[in-house]
Write a protein that binds this ligand. Sequence first.
Ligand code: NDP
Ligand code: 2IT
Length: 449
Amino acid sequence: MAGLDDKLAEIYDEVLRRNTGEAEFHQAVREVLTSLGPVVAKHPQYADSAVIRRLCEPERQIIFRVPWVDDTGTVQINRGFRVEFNSALGPYKGGLRFHPSVYLGIVKFLGFEQIFKNSLTGMPIGGGKGGSDFDPKGRSDGEVMRFCQAFMTELYRHIGEYTDVPAGDIGVGGREIGYLFGQYKRITNRYESGTLTGKGLTWGGSQVRTEATGYGTVYFTDEILRASGESFDGKRVTVSGSGNVAIYAIEKIHQLGGAVIACSDSDGYVVDDNGIDVELLKDVKQHRRARVAEYAELRGQGAHHVGTGSIWEVPCDIALPCATQNELDADDAAKLISNGCGIVAEGANMPCTPAAVRTLTDAGVAFAPGKAANAGGVATSALEMQQNASRDSWTFEHTEERLAEIMRGIHDRCLETADEYGLPGNYVAGANIAGFIQVADAMLALGVI
Ligand code: NDP
Ligand code: 2IT
């Protein structure tokens, strides 16, 4: 198996055999294994103890029926998932995704990534992920509420502040977390705030959690710039997506002096020569739940919508893919390079294909993988859990300072680990190795688990 030594290739073959048809999960496992060669060479106990094989097998996988009634009175059936992947460092922690593309392979890829991401934050949280193939697009508020209630009617028995703590992801934001928490509270008769994160500010949520993933990705990118004596000032940036992560990435880039000139959704992208107006974008996407095409219409002069092709054709200095997995391929990477892009940081989970990552890094583009660059969201979820546990709530300024500190810490840990293994500047190796060692050591200390 190219790129993997014999022991790791055997583990990968076993993952392929045991998880047929789960392409995204295979991709995520392979990405981590590709970094572990120097680690098993230096520390044979990791291969000898089967800790890597154990890490590739979720501790528990829950699949359930979600029956609900739509506005026409028709019974709808969706499939619900929660994969509780690894609890060596703390309760399972990770988001819920509602999107028609969700199946077990997507949930497992996300849960697997989450183990290493959560480890990198340095907070006491294990890895998990869940969701459903429910498509919220075009559904009324009442339908979304009934779906969330039906979903929680099964999920509640599997979660809890010491067990498993879900949050948002694609298609799950503040509204959905509200309906989910309301149903959890109703079924259990417990105001157990620490069971879900991403809650509203008046009912146990944390300041900065809404903004945290986007802000954190930009803080991470700012650290990359600083390492070469640069800053966001005057930089042209493209940000794909226009959801939670993208919007707050755009907001923070503008605060730091950069100009975001393009963003997107699954129907195309918008180029705005004057810089995206983030308040208008919030109004279109968060309040009206409309499309970026409408943003271009409302913005007028200087902004236009492109319904075909790829956002990565827009020339930029920095690219932040913040939409979904495998949205940036090798051709897109080549286009970015030929247009002079110097940094790519993943706000989404696994948005760059393996060939794109190779193309970028071979050309000397600084590349920050999602499990490091987008860890600010889950880290702030852990801060929300801390506030819930102590029945406290912190100010925006204090919470944002904690987030910035955590992102600097992750950045430095990636670079130090990469240096230690003779791979200076390699954020992928640094993130995978540092994330892995902490979880693997905890697993070894806990016996054969
Ligand atoms: P949202 O649902 O708020 O926004 C998702 C955005 O991505 C939308 O613009 C959506 O466009 C676009 N998108 C989603 N799926 C596809 C698809 N299959 N093809 C093209 N475009 C798509 O989600 P988030 O912003 O929360 O999540 C974005 C990414 O960030 C995901 O990869 C998620 O896993 C990751 N992430 C999220 C965190 C969080 O705290 N929310 C934390 C860390 C990572 P459209 O409306 O057209 O579907
Ligand atoms: O991918 C992710 O890190 C998230 N969707 C956030 C998870 C969380 O528990 O806050």
